[in-house]
Design a protein around this ligand. Structure first.
Ligand SMILES: [Fe+2]
Length: 164
């Protein structure tokens, strides 16, 4: 067994790395100023890769309810550098939206609710927003050799990809 996930808190009991992102660290994503830079926007519990061979990995994200101006709390979002590598997401708690945008600028969104399963095509950048008033908890699996391109997403105008 790889571990045990608590669906309420999103914590994984097992060999994982725990990380937090605050509103201050993510201020560049938002159109307006951040009033509470110490607010935790999301936490992750991620399996760490071992060895050099590509492997499937898993993680949970706990995306808290909250806003910066009129934009909901959101994850950074990224493209996969290797477009043949997609990922799966499963919602464990809360409500949100999976925002998708390809390199041609086409947008799509999928509503996230408890039990919803989402398959992300590797050609689409993906970001999650919390649309509810409780933590949004979701499980993700991906291949370790997908590569993460955050810079392309961060070059988009602030507020252009936030579900407003
Ligand atoms: Fe991804």
């Amino acid at each position: 067994m790889k571990g045990r996930v608590d669906f309420d808190t999103g914590a994984i009991h097992g060999e994982v790395v725990h990380a937090k992102r605050t509103a201050g660290e993510l201020a560049h994503l938002y159109a307006g100023p951040v009033e509470n830079p110490d607010a935790v926007v999301y936490e992750t519990h991620s399996e760490a890769p071992t060895g050099d061979e590509p492997q499937m990995l898993f993680a949970t994200t706990i995306l808290y309810p909250g806003r910066v101006g009129d934009e909901p709390f959101m994850t950074r979002g990224h493209f996969h550098i290797e477009p043949s590598r997609g990922e799966f997401m499963v919602t464990l708690r809360g409500t949100g939206a999976l925002l998708l945008r390809n390199r041609s600028g086409e947008d799509r969104a999928e509503m996230m609710a408890v039990g919803s399963i989402h398959q992300v095509d590797g050609q689409w950048a993906h970001r999650v927003i919390n649309t509810g008033d409780e933590p949004l908890v979701f499980l993700v699996t991906w291949m370790s050799d997908c590569g993460h391109d955050y810079a392309s997403v961060e070059a988009w105008p602030n507020g252009s990809w936030s579900g407003r």
